[in-house]
Design a protein around this ligand. Structure first.
Ligand SMILES: Nc1ncnc2c1ncn2[C@@H]1O[C@H](COP(=O)(O)OP(=O)(O)OP(=O)(O)O)[C@@H](O)[C@H]1O
Ligand SMILES: [Mg+2]
Length: 706
């Protein structure tokens, strides 16, 4: 799942779910390489332990990198064009701005002390090499550790091949009991059969088994699973028979990659036919998935009835084919990479790839439509978490329908129903990239295209790219008239109003937003036509020095949000109320509203919203004569804007307010003191800045922020 992480300094390393065995020398070797080289790539065959070793190393050295160790998994990425985006979002950059992504990324990394792990690069080596080279050139304190089945071929890259684990006999002086392959088997055996003990009676058989499996960790793990039904000796006998069959009479050993394949094939064979079919169908998922999705996508009436899926999934978990992960939001499953590849091959052989992909698309389209419908209601935080969790799957559903001519229109539908994910969950840039592709693939006017166009306009505004927002809204308006879609005409009007507001064309904005509100009031939909329009109109009134009128609108808006459970916009309503109250000199109330807004932001990890609140609080502190505090908040804001991309959304109003605070602070406390406080603030990451702005005792009460 894509966890929003830019709030934290320490990084986003996944936890290690099982014990780690051996590799002491390799780890210290890698540590030395990382000290001497800023780009280290560990290479090796599938299942040999590249990802696991990189993760172990990352945990060991995390204390050495003041700005965190960050983990980006490219394993499920199909599109080289998304590499930068994936790395940016792993680093927690909200990536909303229309600027070049590399600029945002390099600016954010800057001179921070960071170790970036890029896991699974082999299918995207060129894109990775290009990006890493550019990043390293601009970021003197960045180190990159990549894992890949082949090297990247980037300048200055130190390639470290990872061999399999040592097997008994490699070191004649070593006891069988301390050999690392044997220890891995022992550790996994203990998880399968809790009273398993490695002793004189079975150690030789285990040692032989590990030799046969060439010390490949994944192969050892798969073999250990069989202890559920067999003794070590029986496993060894069966394996030996199988391998000699595969190797042919003249050969005694298989090449290493074949050993793993044979071990996987063997696991495959012990699955019952229904489990095998499910394994193949589950390979359609990208990243992890939940039971309901598997039930819908992978079942059929004849071979895999939906009611059997749960039991079959348990069987695959027991056989170590599937990993089970407990998340706050429930249990999720994941196919191990190499086993997923095997599943994909199998699915192709069965000729069921297209059928399963179509169901995958159907499921995620339905999910998107349900999410869109439920977004403005009491379970908004749930939908925020849910969509972030399903990000990989949504992406692969989108890729699928964009690549399949028969599903192109569905791409428009899926993309535009996800407007709330692109806008509110921090993926504006990604949404925009996809929308351009989908609009290009569907040039003829249609209702679906009109919706995609107003969503595009919304995203462009959210990025501060006002010209593009204006253009998309105008096109939407024209085409909506052509196809007779009155609701799209109104939404296009709303989006034109938004763009005008950001451009400081206040009169035009008032007129357009007023029309949008008028027409949308009659309809059942709160979002995005009605409530955001009210918020923006209130903002325009504030900018026109009519804060009292704005407050009336905002008070109604907050009430509607409270009644409906709409939290995301409520926080913006508190923020705008704070601006209005400040304008009428009611500082304590203004501060209370800004704090309330900031507290809610934590639920959504809303970087843009949080930055707006910090700026508003700096302005209030300036008015209240709290110069030191104001200067620190300004410093914190300045460092963290690049997390979002475009400072102040490109709006002259916001940058003007900021400049005014800076000037007042400087004038009052002098250059030197200002610089000191400012630089203290600029050392805070976003999470620390928010804690500072809210004061510590409040942060503890805000679950999303800790
Ligand atoms: N030293 C180790 N101790 C314990 N478990 C290990 C070790 N090395 C690897 N494993 C386990 O072996 C399995 C395969 O390892 P991993 O996924 O790291 O392989 P990989 O080389 O990254 O494979 P791929 O090329 O498919 O990405 C995982 O379940 C991992 O946890
Ligand atoms: Mg790996």
């Amino acid at each position: 799942m894509a966890t929003p992480t830019g709030w934290r300094r320490e990084g986003n390393l996944p936890a290690e779910l099982t014990s780690f065995v051996g590799r002491t020398r390799l780890l210290s070797h890698l540590k030395r390489h990382l000290q001497d080289n800023r780009l280290v790539t560990v290479t090796g065959i599938g299942g040999v332990g590249k990802s696991r070793t990189a993760l172990r190393l990352a945990h060991q050295v995390r204390g050495h990198y003041g700005d965190g160790v960050w983990f980006a998994d490219l394993g499920r990425l199909q599109d080289a064009g998304m590499v930068e985006h994936t790395i940016s979002s792993a680093l927690g950059i909200a990536d909303q701005s229309p600027r070049s992504q590399t600029d945002t990324l390099t600016e954010w990394v800057g001179d921070r002390h960071i170790l970036l792990i890029i896991d699974t690069c082999e299918h995207l080596v060129e894109a990775c090499a290009g990006l890493v080279t550019r990043l390293l050139a601009k970021s003197p304190n960045l180190s990159v550790l990549a894992t890949s089945r082949q090297s990247m071929g980037a300048p200055g890259e130190q390639v470290v091949p990872i061999p399999p684990l040592a097997v008994p006999g490699d070191d004649p002086n070593e006891s069988l009991f301390t050999n690392e392959s044997v220890q891995l088997f022992n550790a996994r055996a203990g998880a399968v059969v809790p009273d398993f003990t490695l002793d004189e009676t079975n150690v030789d058989a285990v040692a032989e088994l590990c030799r046969r499996l060439d010390g490949i960790p994944l192969a050892i793990e798969l073999a250990a699973v069989r202890l559920r039904a067999l003794s070590v000796q029986q496993i060894l006998t069966l394996l030996t028979d199988r391998f000699s069959l595969l190797a042919g009479a003249s050969r005694t050993a298989l090449p290493r990659h074949q050993t793993l394949r044979a071990a996987i094939g063997w696991s495959h064979e012990i699955c019952e036919p229904a489990e095998r079919l499910l394994w193949a169908r589950l390979s359609v998922f990208s990243g992890d998935f939940e039971l309901d999705a598997a039930r819908f996508i992978c079942s059929d009436e004849d071979h895999l009835p939906a009611e059997r899926i749960m039991e079959l999934i348990s069987g695959l978990v027991e056989k170590s084919v599937l990993l089970m992960q407990n998340h706050n939001a429930g249990v999720r499953y994941r196919l191990i990479d190499t086993l997923r590849e095997y599943g994909i091959e199998w699915l192709r052989k069965l000729g069921q790839e297209e059928m399963v992909q179509a169901k995958h698309l159907e499921y995620y389209l339905q999910l998107a439509l349900t999410g869109e419908h439920a977004w403005s209601g009491p379970r908004q935080v749930y939908w925020f978490i849910r969509m972030r969790q399903e990000h990989d799957n949504v992406r692969s559903a989108l890729d699928h329908c964009l690549n399949e001519p028969s599903h192109r229109k569905t791409a428009l539908q899926l993309l535009s129903s996800l407007w709330f994910m692109w806008v509110a969950c921090g993926f504006a840039r990604e949404g925009r990239l996809y929308l351009h592709r989908a609009l290009e693939a569907n040039p003829e006017p249609s209702k679906e295209r009109c919706k995609a166009l107003w969503v595009l306009s919304y995203l462009c505004s959210a990025q501060g790219d006002i010209e593009a927002a204006q253009k998309a809204a105008e096109e939407c308006s024209d085409q909506a008239v052509q196809v007779g879609d009155s609701s799209a005409v109104i939404l296009a009007t709303k989006m034109q109003g938004t763009a005008a507001a950001l451009q400081n064309e206040l009169k035009k904005a008032t007129a357009l937003l007023g029309v949008a509100i008028e027409f949308n009031r009659a309809g059942p939909e709160l979002n995005p036509g009605l409530l955001p329009a009210i918020l923006e109109l209130a903002f325009v009134l504030i900018a026109q020095s009519e804060p009292n009128e704005a407050e009336v609108l905002l008070s109604d808006l907050r009430q509607t949000c409270e009644q409906r459970g709409e939290l995301w916009l409520r926080s913006y309503a508190h923020w705008a109320t704070s601006l209005a109250q400040r304008a009428t000199g009611r500082m304590p109330e203004a501060l209370a509203n800004a704090r309330e807004a900031l507290r809610i932001k934590g639920h959504f990890h809303d970087v843009l919203g949080a930055m707006m609140c910090l700026e508003a609080m700096a302005r209030i502190a300036t008015d209240q004569g709290e110069w030191a505090r104001a200067a620190q908040l300004l410093g914190a804001a300045q460092t963290n804007w690049p997390l979002f991309g475009l400072p102040f959304l490109g709006s002259p109003f916001f940058s003007g307010e900021h400049e005014q605070s800076v000037k007042e602070c400087r004038d009052r406390i002098g250059e030197k003191a200002y610089d000191e406080y400012f630089s203290h603030g600029s050392r805070m990451n976003l999470e620390e800045a928010i804690a500072f702005a809210l004061d510590d005792e409040d942060t503890a009460a805000a679950p999303g922020l800790v």
